[in-house]
Ligand binder design. Structure first.
Ligand SMILES: [Zn+2]
Length: 1007
């Protein structure tokens, strides 16, 4: 089969090469349309999930057909063979991860054929990122990265003809404004998708609103992008699935009793007549494809050829339908040339309700540990990228490891990966891939640190289980250990560092030998009780570190009167109560209150317990055991914080669906708590019922309250699942309004029970319909006070009552919700229902204070110090290379990306992370970093790094309310003069100005 295929390609190449070359790609290659007709742009496509019911490789190779018949390699093979046969045929390739894998297995002959198809616009890349990313749970940094990766592959392989012009987000379950903004910043001309709340869609169908101009930023100017909704999902018209997997009738056009040309054309035209009624122009787009279709592409193309032939034959008899192969880009080009005006859109498309009982808001939280692991992957990716640049890591292994991690992170953004909507076996495979990728990342980072620090032989080991206070490097003793901290942020950051240790006495010194204040804190007993955890380390050493880019701290064991041997748990480690008394507490900690141990009661049962640092005061109600007041930033507020459980019947991986409103239970009393009152850190350890616990933590000098939660194993009844939320109640009169972030960037205002464009159906799911994705922050305020919650991974969140915020942390379900995954979300690990851990942070502030502090905290939570551990052997040498400082950057400038681009090129991406309400225009100079990198020249590109910004020219469309129709096609080009400079030029040529929320991307060519 493969051999035959090779012959076909070779013959075809000969055929292609003898034709006079008429290479034209992009809009020049678009099919001719007819002005007085309904132009039907038929778009052949295949939707190829980068993992869902099968793993990425199973899909690629067509393995495990018993689960789903799908083999992407055959799809691309046969599509190419079919495209060769007729220059009119078109196909769009979307997921670059699959395409790159296919490409790597092709012969030179086949590659030449494909290049020609690309250069003639017959094979067109659309979307083009490594995967078709989700839009709810992803962080913008990772979306930009995975577009950079996919578009770079296309550019390196094919050049400019392969550059996608259109975002093709046909399957994600709701659409974010930030994604639209990213498309605009990459110079895309438009985006299309298929899922929208059914009420919104019905309105738009009735009111010619299926296509619109999306104003994708409240802060950035010219950040508009044309956005279109497909009429009938992304599948072919009913009855016209010509795929080998479909049962629809082929077109029979010979002298046969079964000849069906007339009825097939009639029915097709009656369908497109209906579609055309709901779109504004005389062009319509008809997708021809579905999940994993075109595995035997000749079946599809042969029948589409006939359909085109017989539809267009009728033009001779006066038919006004013109059918042809096309692409989304060519369709949009026709709309652009049509000079029409369009309605506008400002907010986003969340949540997605496919009917009034089905709000796709469960996936905002599904698989919470996978969502967190993905953030770990991004964290080490950014660290490894920066260190690769500073240390000039160029070995084959180092480059491959970094590329592999980039690719895995691209896969993780897929709309069935980070969403948690894949089968369990596929989730396990993602974990395996990501773990491998992270190992490569930590090795790369280690290699970098060996050149950049004074420890040329340092181990620089990473501990990947610090979330359960476990680290192989310190478990036998943390004596003579060096902790090297890497700060991926531009600015010096001060953070508390925690290292798992035995219960001993340690001294921490900095690089100059100065003693740094430290203390040893007990690990919560609920962590020690985890059955799979090795319990050598039951304490954490805590110290405060201030780091510009890299700093080492030295830990040494010291003798003290307080030191004593470590008690090791010998009892069976069951998650039962009564474990707490086994925990050995260092004497310096005062156990201020414990409901369990009356002898240690310092406080009055009916009174309150106050825990405070110089900046924050927390008050616990002794009777309920709950937090009741928070005082910080000059304001005091009654904040009672607890956990709630939704008992649900038919929620699934996608959908959060309440069975009965009364089945939401909040624990509001009987919470056991213990206070550990250290000098640097104060901790309130609480146990809520059987499977939820938390540590409320405040650090001296830090203006943020940390809630470290542990949920699971969640109990489950035969008929009911449970979905656990953390909940904060305040007296803030928020009047139904809250704010959630869009992929970690701009905030969007949410009004309870309301939508921007339509009236939602709330009768059946009043809570689920008010859930929004929270990627980094949810907040509410009144005239006096504001509270913001920040999280460490994507979650679903809501404000169901004034002053109240909730975040869904973990879900254990009993049923599949019927949207394809075919399994109940019921994760297990170590032979028991999975336990999840994480952190939620609270900032209380006066309402008139800038929210810039929340932004800064977001960055610190997203990219904290990465900790590397080495033995202190005493042997040091001068660092082989210095590390630059970014302290000259204005405070609101984020070092969004610094990475090796090509062998002699580095990509630098900087962002002003404050929005129009928080920040101002800032200017700074990047000549120092250019010089540090031995720069020769620098050029500015679109957001993805692959298109010179000076070449960016994207469609501008006119709004309905602009009052006039344009006379000519219009375009957006860069609003500022793209930076371009060479080494010999003055430093002033390297000046960079950033408006609020602006991101600028530069490629620095180095010596
Ligand atoms: Zn999909």
């Amino acid at each position: 089969m493969k051999y035959l295929c090779g012959i076909v390609l070779f013959v075809a190449l000969l055929a292609l090469s003898v034709r006079p070359s008429e290479e034209a790609c992009g809009y020049e290659a678009c099919p001719k349309t007819k002005t007085n007709m309904i132009n039907i742009h038929m778009v052949p496509h295949s939707h190829d999930d980068v993992g869902w019911l099968k793993t990425v490789d199973q899909y690629f190779y067509g393995h495990k057909s018993n689960i789903q018949h799908a083999g992407v390699q055959y799809i691309i093979d046969t599509v190419i063979s079919e495209l060769i046969k007729d220059p009119a045929r078109r196909f769009i390739q979307v997921e670059t991860s699959f395409f790159a894998k296919w490409w790597s297995e092709q012969s030179e002959t086949a590659k030449q054929v494909v290049k020609k198809l690309v250069n003639e616009g017959r094979l067109e890349f659309t979307g083009g990122a490594w995967s078709m990313n989700d839009e709810a749970a992803v962080n913008y940094q990772s979306v930009i990265d995975q577009f950079t990766l996919g578009l770079k592959f296309l550019d390196d392989t094919f050049g400019s003809c392969a550059r996608p012009r259109i975002g093709w987000q046909i399957d994600p379950f709701g659409h974010s404004r930030e994604q639209a903004s990213i498309f605009a910043q990459m110079g895309y001309d438009g985006e299309f998708f298929a899922r929208m709340d059914h009420r919104d869609k019905n309105n738009r169908i009735d009111n010619l609103g299926m296509e619109m101009i999306w104003d994708a930023s409240e802060t950035l100017s010219n950040d508009e992008i044309f956005t279109g909704l497909l009429y009938r999902h992304y599948s072919a018209p009913p009855g016209y699935c010509f795929d080998v997997h479909c049962g629809d009738d082929p077109i029979i056009d010979t002298k046969s009793y079964d000849n069906n040309v007339k009825s097939r054309v009639d029915d097709f035209l009656s369908y497109v007549t209906e579609v055309a009624k709901h779109y504004r122009s005389n062009h319509i787009m008809i997708p021809m494809g579905d999940d994993f279709q075109y595995e035997d592409a000749q079946v599809n193309f042969k029948n589409m050829d006939k359909l085109i032939k017989y539809v267009n034959e009728r033009q001779a008899d006066g038919s006004t339908f013109n059918l042809f192969y096309s692409t989304p880009a060519c369709y949009l080009n026709s709309l652009h040339e049509g000079l029409q005006t369009w309605p506008n859109k400002t907010e986003d498309f969340f949540p997605y309700g496919s009917d009034d009982n089905s709000y796709w808001t469960g996936y905002f939280t599904s698989r919470p540990t996978q969502k967190r692991f993905e953030r770990d992957g991004n964290h080490i990716l950014q660290v490894a990228k920066q260190l690769s640049v500073f240390a000039e890591l160029t070995s084959k292994q180092q480059k491959e490891d970094l590329e592999y991690l980039r690719e895995i992170m691209g896969v993780m953004q897929h709309h069935d990966a980070i969403t948690g909507t894949e089968k369990q076996a596929v989730s396990n495979d993602y974990d395996r891939l990501l773990y491998d990728g992270i190992l490569g990342g930590v090795n790369t980072a280690r290699d970098g640190l060996r050149k950049l620090t004074n420890l040329p032989n340092g181990e620089f080991e990473s501990c990947l289980q610090l979330n359960i206070s476990e680290c192989a490097f310190t478990k036998d003793g943390a004596d003579n250990v060096v902790v090297t901290l890497y700060n991926p942020l531009a600015h010096t950051s001060t953070q508390y560092v925690r290292v798992p240790v035995k219960n001993e006495n340690y001294q921490v010194t900095d690089e100059k030998g100065r003693v740094v204040a430290s203390e040893v804190v007990p690990v919560a007993w609920q962590v020690l009780a985890l059955e799979f955890r090795n319990n050598d380390t039951q304490h954490e050493l805590v110290f405060k570190a201030s780091v510009d880019k890299i700093a080492s701290y030295y830990i040494k064991k010291v003798e003290s009167q307080e030191s004593r041997s470590v008690a090791v748990h010998t009892q069976p480690k069951k998650s039962s109560k009564g474990q707490e008394s086994n925990l050995e507490v260092p004497k310096r900690f005062k156990k201020m209150h414990s409901l369990k141990n009356a002898t240690e009661n310092y406080a009055d049962e009916d009174g309150e317990t106050v825990v405070q640092t110089s900046l924050i005061k927390l008050v616990i109600d002794n009777k309920t055991g709950l937090l009741k007041t928070v005082e910080m930033n000059g304001v005091s507020e009654n904040i009672d914080q607890s956990y709630g459980v939704y008992r649900t019947y038919d929620s699934g991986a996608y959908v959060f669906r309440q069975y009965h409103q009364a089945d939401f239970i909040i624990q509001d009393e009987g919470v056991e708590f213990t206070v550990y009152d250290g000098a640097l850190v104060k901790e309130i350890h609480q146990q809520f019922g059987d499977y939820v616990s938390q540590v409320i933590r405040i650090y001296e000098g830090k203006n943020i309250v940390e809630f470290e939660w542990q949920v699971g194993p969640i109990e489950r009844e035969e008929e009911f699942g449970r979905e656990v939320v953390i909940i904060f109640n305040s007296t803030i009169a928020s009047n139904g309004v809250s704010y959630t972030d869009s992929n970690g960037r701009e905030m969007i205002k949410r009004v309870k029970d309301e939508r921007e464009d339509f009236t939602p159906g709330l009768d059946r799911q009043p809570t689920a319909a008010n859930y929004y994705p929270v990627t980094s922050r949810i907040a509410l305020q009144d005239n006096n006070k504001r509270i913001a919650l920040l999280n460490d991974r994507a979650q679903g969140g809501a404000s169901m009552n004034d002053g109240q915020l909730e975040l869904m942390l973990h879900r254990r379900l009993v049923r599949d919700d019927g949207y394809g995954v075919g399994e109940a979300l019921n994760e297990e690990k170590y032979g028991q229902p999975m336990i999840a851990r994480g952190k939620v942070y609270l900032i209380l502030s006066p309402a008139d204070e800038s929210t810039a502090v929340e932004r800064e905290a977001e960055k610190e939570i997203h990219l904290p110090f990465w900790k590397f551990f080495s033995k202190n052997t005493g042997s040091t040498s001068a660092a082989a290379k210095s590390v630059p400082s970014f302290e000259d950057f204005p405070k609101s400038v984020h070092l969004l990306t610094l990475e090796p681009f090509n062998d002699d090129e580095v990509l630098l991406r900087v962002e002003n992370f404050l929005d129009h309400t928080e920040g101002k225009v800032v200017s700074f100079n990047i000549r120092p970093i250019f010089d540090y990198l031995n720069g020769v020249e620098i050029r500015e590109t679109t957001l993805d790094g692959n298109l010179p910004l000076s070449d960016m020219k994207r469609f501008k469309f006119h709004h309905d309310n602009s009052g006039h129709r344009p006379d000519n096609v219009e375009f957006y080009t860069s609003a500022h003069k793209p930076l371009a400079a060479e080494k010999a030029q003055e430093a002033s040529e390297f000046s960079v100005t950033l408006h609020p929320m602006q991101i600028r991307t530069f490629i620095i060519k180095t010596e």
